[in-house]
Design a protein. Structure first.
Length: 112
């Protein structure tokens, strides 16, 4: 299996970690789209949101709970956006589930 995020989780590829616990790791996106652009990544290799199993439900909650800690740590608890691209049509490029956490300026445009 050739997964860049699994390699980051194992420490084989460097990243700027902003948070880590038993289940979740979070690091700065290599190509930030906002002043704060963190990827919140469950350590378990799950391809996408569509591939989630019943047993993974708690893990998704843990990713969102991690966002609260990160928001406090990075001083962006005034507001942030969490985005998940799931699958080809949504433009998912890394096939290991992750949540983009975007913050650091007022966001005007909303998709929905
Ligand atoms: P997505 O298009 O939703 O699959 O998002 C993948 C994200 O991973 C993109 O925003 C990339 O910039 C980011 N990315 C790819 N490789 C790395 C890396 N080695 N370290 C940090 N972020 C990465
Ligand atoms: Zn992986």
């Amino acid at each position: 299996m050739d997964c860049i995020f699994c390699e980051i989780i194992k420490g084989n590829i460097p990243s700027e970690k902003v948070y880590e616990d038993e289940f979740i790791t979070a690091f700065n996106d290599l190509n930030p789209q906002m002043p704060v652009h963190v990827l919140i990544v469950p350590k378990k290799h799950i391809v996408s949101a569509y591939e989630l199993a019943e047993e993974d439900a708690e893990l998704v909650g843990k990713a969102f709970l991690a966002s609260k800690i990160i928001a406090d740590k990075l001083g962006v608890n005034n507001g942030y956006r969490i985005i998940n691209n799931c699958g080809e049509d949504a433009g998912q490029t890394v096939k290991h589930i992750h949540f983009h956490m975007l913050a650091g300026k007022t966001m005007g445009d909303k998709i929905i």
